[in-house]
Design a protein around this ligand. Structure first.
Ligand SMILES: NC(=O)c1ccc[n+]([C@@H]2O[C@H](COP(=O)([O-])OP(=O)(O)OC[C@H]3O[C@@H](n4cnc5c(N)ncnc54)[C@H](OP(=O)(O)O)[C@@H]3O)[C@@H](O)[C@H]2O)c1
Length: 339
């Protein structure tokens, strides 16, 4: 099969950053399904994994986790899928990814593709939907029926993760959603998706929160880096509130600033369940199938804002440069590798 690999942490605009290669098409065994990739989406993790390579790898690294495609073969223990099924998945960080013609994925982290969406539109959904859902409901433990409309602050809300978090919070909780965005177009996007208020993360968050009537908030989902927001979050969070972090922090942070308020700090890593094969791993596949129903019934909308065309070394380089600018609104997609 054709695949597009990386070997080194080259800048995305270097001509050899991505290389077309040929690999044996894998055979599914056990609970794996073999998916023919029709479309993928790019996430910041794609770029972080590329830039995290040290030296030159002996073996090709196939990046890419958001996938939409057709099941073409299944392992002997697969129960939920059969060849011909159209599916979506956010993959497994320890296995070869979706910059390829085919990908093996454990059926427990696969869901059915929403009918009525193109494969590119569907490919923008799995990874950020899983992390948004787990952040809001498994980590922050937001109640689905709290009549008090507790304020939820989503920092960096117009990107891939925030776009799904706004929608889930709006449809599945009574939270008052306060999104942060810094540009007119990103602010407008947050409002379109359901945010009740948008404040600007390039300005004073405390003053802006006060101006809309909130001294503190019981829930914060930080979709941005932790260091710039570490101290301000300790001021903005309510006593006994909760914060969910999704980015790794490459520095030692003072946890004690949260002690007086007894704040619960949670990490969320979407890959945890597949990385450790936890007993909740199957919930990701179930959630993706539920997500498809939400799309089909119009509860949730897809968040694709741009296509970079079929996967080639050049289009992937363009897509990585786009995401590395940190100015994403919604998500970008590419279609499968052409024959
Ligand atoms: N733990 C996990 O499982 C997991 C999963 C998915 C993502 N993540 C991580 O979550 C983060 C967000 O992912 P994503 O897909 O949403 O990224 P993204 O789509 O690239 O996010 C882009 C958004 O970031 C906002 N932004 C830029 N600078 C900012 C700043 N200084 N403060 C606040 N917001 C800022 C931009 O808003 P404006 O243009 O309005 O400034 C833009 O809308 C990344 O670090 C990613 O690696 C973690």
């Amino acid at each position: 099969m054709k695949a597009i690999a990386v070997y080194e942490a080259l800048p995305a605009n270097e001509p050899n950053c991505f290389e077309s290669i040929e690999l044996d098409t894998p055979t599914p065994v056990g609970r794996d399904v073999l998916v023919r990739i029709d479309a993928i989406s790019i996430n910041p993790v794609d770029s972080k994994e590329r830039l995290g390579i040290s030296g030159r790898l002996d073996q090709p690294l196939i990046l890419g986790w958001d996938t939409c495609g057709e099941v073409v073969a299944v392992g002997e223990d697969v129960k939920n899928f059969k060849p011909g099924d159209m599916v979506i998945s956010a993959g497994d960080i320890t296995r070869p990814g979706s910059y390829a013609e085919f990908q093996l994925i454990d059926e427990r982290i696969v869901g059915f593709k929403p009918a009525g969406l193109t494969c590119e539109e569907a490919a923008t959904l799995p990874l950020t939907s899983l992390v948004a859902w787990e952040s809001l409901f498994d980590r922050l433990e937001i109640s689905r029926n709290d009549e008090n409309s507790p304020p939820l602050l989503i920092i960096g809300a117009a990107g891939g993760l925030g776009s799904m978090a706004i929608q889930f919070a709006r449809k599945f909780s009574n939270c008052t959603i306060i999104a942060t965005a810094s540009r007119p177009e990103s602010k407008e996007w947050c409002i379109e998706l359901g945010a009740h208020h948008v404040i600007d993360h390039s300005g004073d968050l405390r003053e802006q929160l006060k101006a809309i009537g909130f001294e503190t908030v019981p829930y914060i989902l930080n979709c941005s880096n932790n260091i710039p927001y570490w101290e301000i979050m300790s001021e903005l969070v309510s006593p006994e509130g909760a914060i969910c972090l999704v980015a790794s922090t490459k520095a030692k942070l003072d946890l004690d600033i949260y002690m007086a308020k007894s704040v619960r700090i949670n990490y969320e890593l979407m890959f945890t369940r597949s990385l450790f094969g936890t007993d909740k791993m199957f919930r990701q596949g179930e959630l993706l199938t539920k997500l498809s129903e939400m799309l089909e019934t119009g509860k949730i909308r897809h968040i694709m804002t741009k296509s970079f065309g079929p996967m080639t070394p050049q289009s992937l380089s363009n897509a990585h440069r786009h995401i590395e600018r940190g100015r994403m609104i919604g998500k970008i997609a590419l279609s499968g590798i052409q024959q």
